[in-house]
Design a protein. Structure first.
Length: 474
């Protein structure tokens, strides 16, 4: 957009939304240029919304003029999903941050898209309720972003991901129509499942403004243990060994030696630094169930070669162990200027194969790729440490990503377990969905967004504003 056009856009938006809800200074535009990845863009303006009516007015204006709209929460995503690569208006939803209701009798709550995940968890806990989805960025990420990306977290093994808790949504379509789908009922077989369709749509179909989320009772007891193995392959095999005993831990996290050393250098948490693989395991349920399962988990790990087990003595020790796990990515980034984190997910019985594949890819390409992840549900996070200013190394990183995704799919897995496709994985989408699946999804996109203004360039690598059907224009 030309400078004069951008100035006219900002002036229109200030009249539409109020002068305090529009930013257009160069320093503001830079700050809204992307997420935690290396993908960046420059928006033409930033709009802030506090009410659904403002979102509707903005989308009606932008739809009429073919201006891209990029919904954004805290922008903690790691798929390039909020980078405004085609300019347009970044819609900041963080001020829509009210918890509208908590209904213990319905085991549900309704909250606006900008509510922080951890704040929501703490609020419902005061009513004796539990919201399980717990992304590593839970202290800063928003519920709207979680829903848009189908976010997961360590507890997904037992309790599922965000998509399993969405009962209803309020969303705004391009053109400004407000759609309310789903509701407070725990069962709903009326028509197409629009909440499920919009969940995981990454801002490419509509803007989610509030959500109705399912809650569950708080587990009565929990125990956390840290198990060390001399070989990472042993730790990977122990994951399936535990599940094979019909034990479903709350969380079952895998970390290699490099990751543990980085954590201990950054935030000492009691992780061993002389073992090749570590499992961080949490059990919850009744007191009796937890105490019965604890020795069974330890036995399964010993059978796979565990060399030591540390059981947290109390909640404080457990919290310390989990703080270390949540600090892994900040700890890793201290070693190199940047890091590319993937979320390739395989059937849990193929975790040892995927771990071996990642290590071989790193060796072949001369890359440092620590292996961590939510191994209990097959969701690994191979993280390629790199220097974006080194073109030769970045070419190897690009090849590493390609090989990781190919290995993942060859093992029966999926490109993304919880981060979404965004920009980072868009060119590989056809590998998994196939041309028929791509065409079907593109058709859905056109029904919702005929002018292609919603978060253009995400999921579909060849899409640009005004592309309509999203035809490839390479």
């Amino acid at each position: 957009m030309r400078p004069d056009e951008a100035q006219a856009l900002a002036a229109d938006l200030k009249r539409l939304l109020g002068p305090n809800n529009v930013l257009a200074e160069p320093e503001d535009l830079i700050c809204y240029g992307g997420d935690t990845t290396l993908h960046r863009g420059t928006p033409d303006a930033i709009a802030r919304a506090t009410e659904v009516e403002q979102v509707a007015a903005l989308l009606a204006y932008c739809h009429d003029r073919g201006v891209p709209v990029i919904p954004r929460g805290s922008s903690t995503g790691i798929s390039g999903g909020t980078a405004p690569i085609h300019g347009g208006v970044v819609l900041d939803l963080r001020s829509m941050n009210r918890i509208l209701s908590i209904e213990p009798g319905n085991l549900s709550a309704r909250a606006e898209a900008g509510v922080i995940n951890r704040d929501f968890q703490m609020a419902v806990a005061k009513s004796g309720l539990f919201y399980p989805p717990d992304p590593s960025s839970m202290s800063v990420c928003t519920l709207g972003g979680n829903v848009a990306a189908r976010a997961g977290g360590p507890r997904a093994l037992k309790y599922g991901t965000t998509k399993d808790y969405v009962l209803g949504l309020t969303s705004v379509l391009p053109g400004g129509k407000v759609i309310r789908s789903g509701g407070l009922t725990s069962k709903n077989s009326t028509g197409y499942d629009l909440p499920r369709l919009l969940t995981g749509s990454e801002g490419t179909l509509a803007v989610i403004t509030d959500v109705i989320l399912r809650l569950i009772p708080v587990p009565r007891a929990s125990r956390t243990l840290l198990v060390s193995f001399s070989e990472l392959d042993q730790a990977a095999r122990a994951v399936s060994a535990i599940i094979a005993r019909s034990i479903l831990p709350t969380a079952l996290e895998l970390m290699d030696q490099f990751a543990c050393r980085c954590v201990e250098d950054f935030r000492p948490s009691g992780y061993p630094i002389d073992c090749d693989g570590v499992l961080l395991i949490e059990l919850d349920g009744s007191e009796e169930e937890v105490e019965r399962l604890l020795p069974e988990v330890e036995a399964a790990c010993r059978e796979e070669g565990a060399v030591s087990t540390r059981v947290a003595a109390d909640a404080a020790q457990a919290a310390e162990l989990w703080a270390g796990r949540r600090a892994i990515f900040p700890a890793l980034i201290r070693r190199r200027p940047s890091a590319i984190t993937e979320d390739a997910t395989v059937p849990r019985t193929r975790i040892p194969d995927m771990v071996r594949a990642v290590r071989q890819i790193g060796a072949d390409l001369g890359l440092t790729i620590p292996v961590v992840g939510h191994a209990g549900d097959g969701n690994l996070h191979p993280t390629m440490l790199c220097d974006p200013n080194d073109p030769e190394e970045m070419a190897r990183v690009d090849e590493g990503a390609r090989r990781i995704f190919r290995a993942c799919l060859d093992l029966g897995g999926t490109l993304s377990g919880e981060h979404g496709i965004g920009l980072l994985k868009s060119r590989y989408l056809e590998w998994e969905a196939g041309p028929e699946g791509i065409e079907l999804m593109k058709g859905i996109k056109v029904v919702f967004d005929p002018k292609g203004i919603m978060n253009p360039g995400k999921v579909w690598p060849w899409e640009a504003p005004g592309a309509g059907t999203g035809d490839r224009n390479e």
